[in-house]
Write a protein that binds this ligand. Structure first.
Ligand code: NAD
Ligand code: MG
Length: 385
């Protein structure tokens, strides 16, 4: 690596990805500096992180907590900001070398655009941004010559398989899915599942929203859309296979028929570190995979009849325009409602399909169109609930 340290802004430092990114930085203080940290409402953890990492600045999204954070950091050099608009300003800091978007949902869109406009490489965990506005984001990144480095484990796997392949064309990619906690269950079982059951993911410990998305298979649908934009693929070049052990993180099939896979224990620290250190691989002490502990790695087709969200994502891709933005907004509302016990598990795909059928379609959306689509869909979805 260069002798110069890499200064990282972590948007969403108090979440699952954010805290694991700080684990990576803590383990490699000679390589990384936590330059900016942000959180929506967990002021306590943000303060604790700031006291440990001494960042240049922090942002607390919830403005009512500004005074608490400001006071706690009064004796430090850390600047304190509050509110959503501050996220768009801090990513422009001259001192930042890379922005890790580890915040959840549509809220990632505007700060990601600001970071790309400021020429910052993006380590992208916030898949919703590419789902909502993949065309706009990838075009802008290309114009600005900015790299978007995937953090999502599947996309990191594909990215790692492509290293050294230069312009060799991809025949297709194969995204692996764990199948989530309800793999093999039927609709009658799903009709009565609780949020507690849905929040128990077999292989990964993640934030609540993505954990519910994994249970519905919406997460894989969002990842299909994310992959389309990251790797310039047609929908028919994207396959999904259920692989319950989550050891193969995804695969690329080339035009000669050869398939490359990236493997390892399920641990998000690896793809986070790969994105932050790219193009270098740095030594880690993460637990190693041992074939003797996994005598069989298994694969099966996803159950698209029972888990309807995955096909809705392919429908949104086929339709194009703002349809994936509608899908994403409806899903954010549906997941929040499910987590508040306002709707049942099977009503999630129903709500999404309804919003996709009734939403105002825009074929060539601008940023303003995306913002309007998001707001309009949220209002409509809330009425349906
Ligand atoms: P999380 O809920 O654990 O953390 C979210 C973070 O974003 C927190 O720091 C929170 O304060 C902040 N935040 C929440 N709402 C915000 C808002 N409106 N404005 C600004 N900040 C806000 O989520 P997570 O599991 O870490 O996931 C973060 C992103 O990474 C998601 O897009 C998710 O799909 C993606 N991702 C997560 C994992 C994982 O293992 N957790 C894996 C792959 C991709
Ligand atoms: Mg993933």
């Amino acid at each position: 690596m260069n002798k110069e340290k890499r200064h990282i802004a972590i948007l969403g430092s108090t979440g699952s990805i954010g805290t694991q990114a700080l684990d990576v930085i803590r383990a490699n203080p000679h390589i990384f500096v936590a330059e900016v940290l942000t959180a929506q409402s967990n002021a306590g953890l943000l303060i604790q992180q700031a006291l440990e990492f001494n960042p240049n600045a922090v942002v607390i999204g919830d403005e009512t907590k500004y005074a608490q954070v400001k006071e706690a950091l009064a004796n430090t050099d850390t600047k304190v900001f509050a509110g959503a608009a501050a996220l768009e300003q801090v990513v422009e800091f001259e001192s930042i070398d890379c922005v890790l978007t580890a915040l959840v949902g549509f809220a990632g869109l505007k700060p990601t655009i600001a970071a790309i406009n400021a020429g910052k490489p993006i380590a992208l965990a916030n898949k919703e941004t590419l789902v909502v506005a993949g065309q706009l984001i990838t075009q802008l990144a290309q114009e600005k010559g900015v790299n978007i480095l995937p953090v999502d484990s599947e996309h990191s796997a594909i990215f790692q398989c492509l290293v050294g392949e230069f312009h060799n064309p991809i025949e297709k990619i194969i995204l692996t899915a764990s199948g989530g906690p309800f793999r093999g269950k039927d609709a009658s079982f799903l009709a009565t599942v609780t949020k507690e059951q849905a929040l128990k993911h077999p292989n990964w410990d993640m934030g609540a929203k993505i954990t519910i998305d994994s249970a519905t298979l919406m997460n894989k649908g969002l990842e299909v859309i994310e992959a389309k934009w990251l790797f310039h693929l047609k929908p028919e070049q994207i396959d999904v296979v259920v692989h319950p052990q989550s050891i193969i993180h995804s695969m690329v099939q080339f035009t000669d028929g050869s398939i490359k896979a990236q493997m390892g224990l399920p641990d998000m620290k690896l793809p986070i570190q790969f994105a932050l250190a790219y193009p270098h691989r740095i030594k880690s002490d993460f637990p190693r995979f041992n074939f003797a502990n996994y005598p069989s790695l298994t694969f099966e087709q996803p159950d698209l009849k029972t888990f309807k969200c995955l096909n809705l994502a392919f429908d949104a891709l086929d339709k194009g325009g703002n349809m994936a933005c509608i899908l994403n907004a409806a899903n954010e509302v549906a997941v929040a409602a499910f987590l508040q016990d306002k709707i049942g598990f099977l009503q999630i795909p129903e709500l999404l399909a309804n919003c996709m059928a009734k939403g105002t379609f825009v074929e060539k959306p601008t940023l303003t169109d995306y913002l309007e689509t998001d707001a309009e869909t949220r209002t409509f979805a809330a009425q349906l609930i």
